[in-house]
Design a protein around this ligand. Sequence first.
Ligand SMILES: [Zn+2]
Length: 605
Amino acid sequence: MKRILFIGIGIPLMLAALVGLVGLATTPPSAAIRTIFIADNIVTMADAGPSGERDQTINAVYVNDGVIRGLGALDDMRRLAGANADEIDLRPATLLPGLIEVHTHPIAAALLGATVDVSGFTHDSRESVMAALEYAAASFSPSPWLLAFGWDPVMIDDLEAPTLAELDEISPDRPMVILTQMMHDAYANSAALAAAAIDDDTVNPPGGEFVRDEDGRLTGTVREIAAIDRLLDAMPPAPAGAADLLLSLQYAKYARAGYTTLAVLGATGKQPKSIEMMAALAEDEHVPVRTVVYGLPEQLDAGNWKARSGNSRFTIRGVKFWMDGSPFAGGAAWAGPYENTPLTLERLHLGRDHRPELTHDEASFEREFARFHEAGFQVAVHAQGERAIDRVLDVAERVQARSPRPDARHRLEHNALITRAQLSRALELGVTPSFFIDHIRFYGHRLPEIVGAERTERYMPIATALALGHRATLHSDNPATPIAPMRVLQTAVSRKPRSADPGGGDVVIGAHERLTIEQALRAITIDAAWQLGLEATIGSLEVGKAADFTVVDRNPFDVTPEALTDLSVVSTWLDGQPVDTRPWRRANVALAWTALRSVLFEGED
Ligand SMILES: [Zn+2]
């Protein structure tokens, strides 16, 4: 996938052109060392008090050297700060603790963000998707390959797979590859297949398939990562610095949306040095977000990374595994089979009574789990179906029995159909769940065709988790869904699918699993901080914690659930300083220059 980077070359070139105009001449925004922040609504999310967010006596926060030193009435804060403290008046906006995204993939998002968008977030018909591809194929681009991302036959009702003839007509000579939203399938034109030396006689790699028709001819459909990588490896390499620049720009997108901390759950993107790249970006004091990294095993091993190493802006926290796949690509290891419907059989091409294998066999997974557990890492495992969750819990129980580690906070990711009994068992084992709640919004209307009515009602059971005593969290798994924390809150509170059907907006999926706004906000602030092991420093507004703020134009406690997505983020603050989200901030200009040099003076770097 690193070859995708080449697509990003247009951005470095444009940015570099800005250097002489504005880049180095502008100074980043900054606040004084001693500052009082004033707001009508200050939502602390602190544990103290029955509902700290409604404490009307707090309308000022005193910050000294990036740390919260006091919260209370403005006069009290003025006395505490003494003479000459700056005052920043945020009224009429609302001050929240900096929001935390506990599960995302910024490198993949950065690289795929530079490709043609064919997703169900942007398009609602096959005609619209094909028009976007035709437009891109006809437009000028510095990249020799055309890459598209987001093909989604579940979200877009009439999206039949493209034929090889269709792809060749759109792009006869230039190699073209379309990645599906779930990234388990791809479609390639003849030029891309030829460039990757894939022909009718090519042997399928283990775990992957170049799909052929009845006559043994390639169809352009490529299944699973092992086969898709053969295509992507044929793409020309990207210039040095381009990936770093795209990632830096991606961080700013999270910050503009209101996030101040990201947990990277598997530094996917096949960059050989992804963790090192994130560590290097965090060296810049103006990096827009904190990053908490859960590396892939081979990445952690290759860099010899230690658990909890890093600094306040960059921490190595855990390791990431996948125990099953995506519900919408036939990969989720439910206890029972997938439903047999036109969607699963004809559109997703699953067999009857489809029941996928788990990704890891029990013995080798237990060895790896134990190795990272004993080295002090948090172990986070993607698990959607009950069978996948059982295997993770079985292994966690045995490893904890052999080498007890209190408060390890190993994580279960997504948890589409986790049962009440599994949640109870997880709680006993100290395993903490994070939920991919926006499956409800974007795929909810198709769930009955995938898992049936009964299982749809218990999909993403987060209220059950909270009732049992879990500190569960919510995530958006960007780029799997767009970055938008207020949308995450709204989905958790309403559990309404976005549907193309008129009146579909009144459907509620699993009404008993709806959260209050306070519960939902906890799941992306203080409980998210706890899940990352950072509750002592971030996640709520309390004396002694970092001054990480998200400023929104209205108080989320004072609007209807429907209006939550209308809230705008005014600004974000890290350690008491305004976050610099300008694309031409100094660090980006330097990266753009590196990229431009490696293109102009190829081979000299
Ligand atoms: Zn993920």
